[in-house]
Design a protein around this ligand. Structure first.
Ligand SMILES: NC(=O)c1ccc[n+]([C@@H]2O[C@H](COP(=O)([O-])OP(=O)(O)OC[C@H]3O[C@@H](n4cnc5c(N)ncnc54)[C@H](O)[C@@H]3O)[C@@H](O)[C@H]2O)c1
Length: 295
């Protein structure tokens, strides 16, 4: 503790360093993107890691880099998810945490040109896949009497966009998370969801740079005026699976730099610009509160 009684950022991160206490965390879809960043954060915080992914090579690379283990599975195929859960427990012991990041996205095109089987593929991967992951790992955690799961949804799960199948799939994930929290709650298993905003993974960075998917820069939609960094999502996930969140279950938490709340301000001129800043004099002495007029 520093002299002023406040915990410094360094002390805070040192304290979080052994948060996992060697417990086993499985990150599905952990090979790339948000899942990979989550694996980084969890490995720094003392979790034993399994990187589970359909992309065998990328999972092996991420696992090797972070000192974890790689596991192949395809969440659209129930038998592979069940087999993976069993293989992981046989090889490494009980799984304490499961993070479900695997999903696929929807190309941007007019509704009349959207193949119907795209719907099935997206719904199967995103909703059925999440259900399978929750079922395979939730049953085992419930049998151990403890555990925590986090399902990746999206801000798109509660706001409509032209990606109808993707948005519907993420609304489904939100509801699954709430249901699973009740399903496993009395067995000691917590289930929460994260709804990221626009996250700067390489795929999104490329889409922003090529200017074809979005009409503007997604940062302009947010209250904070920036998009989310992948590790910031990993940080929220690490909190939700940790003992610090012991009383939190059934919550879908937005990690979106304020993308859900800011767009409605566009009718009123948009989010206010940043106020003038000064470290030495945060608020000018001349600044007064608006007066009560008594009228
Ligand atoms: N990146 C964003 O801006 C953003 C925004 C909102 C929500 N999300 C959500 O966050 C999660 C991660 O997104 P991302 O941007 O990191 O995506 P990504 O494509 O970088 O990573 C997804 C991972 O899932 C794996 N995967 C895909 N299908 C699979 C399957 N059937 N079985 C097993 N693994 C499979 C892929 O190989 C990949 O490693 C997704 O659920 C996504 O919907 C992302």
């Amino acid at each position: 503790m520093s002299g002023n009684g406040k915990e410094s950022a360094q002390e805070k991160f040192a304290a979080l360093g052994d948060e996992g206490r060697g417990r086993l965390a499985v990150v599905i879809g952990g090979a790339t993107g948000i899942g990979e960043a989550t694996c980084e954060v969890l490995s720094e915080r003392g979790w034993l890691l399994v990187v589970a992914d359909i992309n065998r090579d990328a999972a092996a690379i991420t696992a090797k880099r972070l000192g974890g283990h790689a596991q192949w599975l395809d969440t659209t195929k129930p038998e592979t998810v069940e087999a993976a859960a069993q293989e992981i427990e046989d090889a490494h012991g009980p799984v304490f945490a499961m993070v479900m990041c695997a999903a696929i996205f929807q190309p941007r095109r007019p509704i009349d040109e959207t193949p119907l089987d795209e719907w099935e593929r997206i719904l199967r991967t995103n909703v059925f896949g999440t259900y399978m992951a929750n079922l395979a790992f939730g049953r085992r955690m419930a049998a151990h009497g403890e555990g925590a799961m986090v399902n990746l949804s999206s801000w798109n799960g509660i706001r409509t966009t032209p990606q109808h199948a993707y948005a519907a799939s993420k609304a489904g994930v939100n509801m699954l998370t709430e249901g699973m929290a009740v399903e496993w709650g009395r067995s000691g298993v917590r289930v929460n969801g994260i709804m990221p905003g626009f996250v700067e993974v390489p795929r999104v960075a490329k889409q922003i740079a090529d200017g074809k998917r979005y009409a503007g820069h997604p940062k302009d939609l947010s209250a904070l005026g920036r998009i989310v960094q992948p590790r910031e999502v990993g940080d929220a996930i690490s909190f939700l699976i940790s003992d610090r969140a012991a009383a939190i279950t059934g919550v879908n938490l937005a990690v979106d730099t304020g993308t859900l709340v800011a767009p409605s301000w566009s009718m009123f001129g948009g989010s206010p610009a940043a106020r003038p800043r000064s470290k030495t004099q945060p608020l000018p002495a001349s600044a007064k509160l608006p007066a009560m007029t008594g009228r």
